[in-house]
Design a protein around this ligand. Structure first.
Ligand code: ZN
Length: 206
């Protein structure tokens, strides 16, 4: 497999292109904004190779490019069920307070649930519901990799002062992540990648 990290939008959100190299099938995680660079990367992998647009949560800086990516690739939009209403609410998705342009985003094709599994090519992904940053935040876990959205960052964790946020829930979610067996590379929604082993040791929230 390969993971390509692409910084998008004013907040420098990490968008990831995951590719199952055995089959060439791809998924894109958190396309916060479509720009020429993201588009050329998608085209390099092949627009018809994308099966899913995976959203870790409903905030505008993670979902702003969904319509454009869907139009380009035909991939299915997937997000955890409790964050679906936030896509349609410009205060919950933060587009109104942060950008001054209230935006709403398309209905997803798939409403995910905790523990659900799906495959990209030959690779199985598991969805873990990790509420705290938003009610329906989730992590996508596969093959030694966690896409952690705004739940877990390198040496930090997501804010809990937005609509639907909860520090109690966030701590519970981080505990669940830390209890996963073995080590994983963690690809967060902002800033640099890290590893679960390093976060177990050094993250003040864990
Ligand atoms: Zn967020």
């Amino acid at each position: 497999m390969s993971v390509k990290r692409i910084s998008v939008g004013e907040l420098g959100t990490n968008c990831y292109i995951y590719c199952d190299e055995a089959t060439g099938r791809c998924a894109i995680v958190d396309p916060g904004e479509m720009d020429d660079y993201l588009q050329s990367n998608i085209e390099t992998f092949g627009c018809d190779k994308f099966d899913y647009i995976l959203l870790t949560h409903c905030h505008f800086d993670h979902v702003g490019g969904v319509s454009a990516v869907k139009e380009l690739t035909g991939a299915k939009i997937a997000i955890l069920a409790p964050d679906v209403p936030g896509l349609r609410d410009m205060y919950v998705n933060l587009s109104a307070p942060f950008t001054g342009r209230g935006e709403v985003y398309p209905k997803p094709d798939i409403e995910l649930t905790d523990g659900e599994k799906f495959t990209v090519g030959q690779t199985e992904f598991t969805v873990m519901h990790t509420p705290g940053h938003t009610v329906g935040s989730c992590c996508f876990i596969t093959d030694g990799i966690i896409f952690s959205g705004d739940t877990l960052f390198r040496m930090s964790a997501g804010r809990t002062d937005f609509p639907g946020g909860s520090m109690t829930q966030l701590r519970g979610s981080l505990k669940r992540l830390m209890k996963l067996d073995g080590n994983y590379t963690v690809y967060p929604g902002h800033d640099a990648p890290t590893t679960l082993a390093s976060e177990r040791e050094y993250n003040p929230y864990c």
